[in-house]
Design a protein around this ligand. Sequence first.
Ligand code: SF4
Length: 473
Amino acid sequence: MATDSSAHAHNPLKVLQHNASGEEIHAKKPPVDESTLRHKDLVRGPFWQKIPAYANIDEKTFLDHSWQAKHSITKVSKLLETVQGLASAAFMADAEEGFKHAPMSVRVSPYMLSLIDWNDPYADPIRTQFLPMGSRLFADHPKLDLDSLHEQKDAPVPGLTHRYTDKALFLPLDTCPVYCRFCTRSYAVGIDTEEVEKVNLKANEERWKQAYAYIRTRPELEDIVISGGDAYQLRAQQLEDIGMSLLDMPNVRRMRFATKGPAVMPQKILTDDAWVDALTRVVEKGRKLHKEVVLHTHFNHPNEITGITEDAMNKLFERGIFVRNQSVLQRGVNDAPETMLLLVKRLGHVNVHPYYVYVHDLVKGVEDLRTSVDTAIYLEKHVRGSTAGFNTPVFVVDAPGGGGKRDAHSYEYYDRETGISVYQAPSVKPGEFFLYFDPLHQLSTHVQRRWQDPAEQQVMVDDALAKAKARLR
Ligand code: SF4
């Protein structure tokens, strides 16, 4: 019987390589292409000093979460002043026009502004997510709705959505460390804009008590997502009070604090000891009670993961705090296979579990950011197999109208020509059909014209529903 080494000597798949000492080694694969290791190259050093307004800001100051929060930009005029000299006058005028039509108010951290490539701001994926351009806006799809997921309709008390049997979404407040253009919750999050008057979900302990009372009386509720707004904005004491109140309920088995913070202001994890200690105490108490408490975050592009992120995620990892990521698929941000692959690998590298990639919700005012269900399916095919299965995100459509998250592939019917996909959610709302609509700008001009006519819209919808029903088992 041949030994392993003699068999290898005759194996044509073997490639001869040399190790660092010059010794011959045999390997089944050729040397790896260095570009596939890019996920390990994280930006470090004072990258923010290239912004004139931050040229004299030292590392200690830049890592201070209070400095980041205090210097976050909340007025368009301040934003334009800060990037003055970096972008052309035409770009500035375009951004000013964009904000006039945006459903979200402005808030951008110095950290985010520093990560934008100001040599080419139009193409930059971080600029795309935070700064709307008047010249890039498209008309909304006629089926768009401000609260497309019907979170308010499924809310038994204000700020608590109970849709899935065993899970509830708790919104203790309505502010965030930044405001993202694509926010699903633009009906409530942030301050009013010229376009939208927001639903009030301010931090209010009386409202929170109503939510606790409801959760306590529903034995089927085991899993609570604490979102917002954003859990980063809760004071340390508030975070701990909410966490401990929920852990005290025998029915609650799992909790997730949702925050975009690690992606937009990792400094807080490094320097806000009170907040991180409060989170740690809730996680540790949960562990003693055999209940899971994790952090859910929201990275969308590999450029958002820097050396500062790595240090922050290492700190959470050392404390035993598990982090999962939910990305939003956006045109020009992460809709290319190589970008999504890099994001997934880089998340894994910093111990963040890539959990979901959402097909962009039907949100008003950001039609330029939406992609199609077909794009999600194409990306998923490229990502699967690039890393371990548990680190491969599930690509989902959050079914408009309250169907919940459906695997993008699981449509009953998908008409790529009209852009209508039809989903069912038997364990959420049995018997109902949920429709998702691809953005008009990805459809043919003929079909775009049909969408302008209400009678034709109905014909297309009826046709898709009839075909979906015909395929049911
Ligand atoms: S951080 Fe989350 S909730 Fe806040 S604006 Fe961004 S997407 Fe919306």
